[in-house]
Design a protein around this ligand. Structure first.
Ligand code: TRP
Ligand code: ZN
Length: 465
């Protein structure tokens, strides 16, 4: 990261060199063989997933899941065998590739991979369809920071969050944020239970005996960690924002009353961010508030952020802002987490400012007043140090302060058009921190490398910039 910043040593030359690095991201979602430095077991080389068709049947009474995943992908190389990320707690019973039985193993020591060997190799460039049948009792995983992630059982169903490594606890996938895909879900649950996935409901709920099937379609590219199938008893409200975006809001009856006032603001928040950043990237907006207090965080599940308890206004606006920054414009590697969290937190400050509450500058001032050894300043947001610290408070608050400081430095008339251009250039794509800092410098037509060095990378409290 530092190395690319050094290109800024000569401003005039640097700007010319950067012109090519700010071209819009392509729609391609090539899984990289390069290992993620924070989660080296994630993701697989050799193919690019276009679509997941997930058919699940879940009984919260027995906690048992029976499922079938149909994965449509293109081979980026000749494949004699390929890997899917999938936890061994679920047992695979059968795998087919293009309709023919394939051999498979849920390989030993790591317990993360389903290795599939098709009857005949898949040729480079071919589109192929893998169907995996599996069942069992899904189990959440513990992250390096001690929090849980994945399929989290609740009293009446499951609270499903996949950041950063929970997706393979419930479906086989290419679990890297770089391989986005479209999704269709068919989820069958007992009558009285609602199954909530990403995207929009398709048709009516299908009734068969004591079971109900919910079909959801998520038609825009989505990273695996943003996929959800959350189940339980829910009250549902649907509608359209004043700006014309469909919304779906669900609450567990235990928390409906306590979340009512803040959830009323979801439509206005969504419309506000459209004005600030650009067109809403997905087919619908919304929120789901469940009762899962042991989780301890909320997640920006695509189209429907998921909350473990009644959220405050800052948290709801933070998660909705992630639809632009995080879900549409997504980190490329986990150590680039600032491009998700710093932007979402700054956006929440902007909603606060917009509604006549505390301004973004007032948030900045309050945090800046803290002592140099405060949690607010360490670790530096673009260099958290490792997966145990990627969600540290400094990534959020010093991360948002960075953008507020940049706003002041450039002025609103340059800063906000720059953010809009960044979003427009990378919609549905993946980005790194150095790509953003280069983009900002090129857009502003000045060398911002010292500014970003101070705010994003240097240890301790920034003093001059
Ligand atoms: N991305 C979430 C947010 O800021 C937070 C989050 C997701 C998280 N997974 C986590 C925090 C795991 C701690 C541990 O909205
Ligand atoms: Zn966030």
């Amino acid at each position: 990261m530092r190395a690319s910043m050094l290109r800024w040593a000569g401003v005039g030359l640097g700007l010319v060199a950067l012109a090519s690095s700010v071209t819009p991201a392509t729609a391609a979602t090539t899984p990289s063989a390069a290992r993620d430095p924070y989660f080296p077991r994630q993701g697989n080389a050799g193919y690019d997933v276009a679509h997941y068709g997930l058919t699940l049947r879940y009984d919260p009474g027995t906690r048992h899941l029976t499922a079938r995943a149909a994965i449509t992908a293109t081979a980026t190389t000749r494949l004699r065998a390929f890997h899917l990320d999938f936890r061994r707690t679920l047992r695979v019973s059968r795998v087919t590739v293009d309709g023919h039985g394939a051999t498979f193993t849920q390989r030993g020591t790591h317990g993360h991979d389903l290795v599939v060997t098709p009857a005949a190799p898949v040729r480079k460039g071919d589109r192929f369809r893998t169907v995996v049948r599996y069942a069992g009792r899904p189990q959440a995983v513990t992250d390096p920071d001690g929090s849980i992630d994945g399929w989290v059982e609740t009293e009446d169903g499951a609270f499903v969050v996949g950041e950063p490594q929970g997706a393979p606890t419930w479906f086989p996938c290419n679990d890297t944020p770089r391989d986005k895909a479209r999704y269709d879900f068919r989820v069958t649950v007992p009558a009285g239970i609602t199954a909530i996935a990403n995207g929009e409901l398709v048709g009516r709920i299908i009734r068969h005996g004591d079971w109900r099937t919910f079909r959801w379609h998520s038609g825009k590219p989505m990273a695996t960690y943003l996929a959800t199938v959350t189940t339980g008893v829910f009250r549902v409200r649907t509608g359209t924002t004043p700006g014309g975006i469909l919304y779906y809001i669900a609450t567990d009856p235990k928390v409906t009353a306590a979340s009512r006032d803040v959830l009323r603001k979801v439509p206005a928040m969504t419309d506000y961010f459209v004005g600030l950043f650009g067109p809403y990237p997905f087919g619908s907006t919304g929120a789901v508030v469940d009762h899962a207090p042991k989780v301890g965080y909320a997640l920006e599940n695509q189209t429907k952020p998921l909350f473990d308890s009644p959220p405050d206004e800052l948290t709801v606006s933070h998660e909705l802002a992630h639809m632009w920054f995080g879900d549409s414009v997504t980190l490329k590697r986990w150590r680039d987490i600032w491009v998700n969290e710093g932007f979402a937190e700054f956006s929440a400050w902007m909603w606060s400012e917009h509604t006549g509450q505390k301004s973004a500058q007032a948030y900045f001032d309050r945090y800046y007043a803290k002592k140099a050894d405060s949690w607010v300043f360490s670790p530096p947001p673009a260099d958290p140090g490792g997966p145990a610290d990627m969600f540290d408070g400094s990534v959020y608050e010093r991360g948002a302060m960075t953008l507020q400081a940049l706003r002041v430095k450039l002025g609103d008339d340059t800063f906000f058009p720059m953010l809009r251009a960044w979003y427009a250039a990378h919609t549905y794509g993946n980005v790194t921190v150095p790509e953003f800092t280069a983009f900002a410098s090129a857009y502003a037509g000045r060398d911002l490398s010292a500014f970003f060095q101070t705010w994003l990378y240097d240890a301790g409290k920034p003093t001059t910039w």
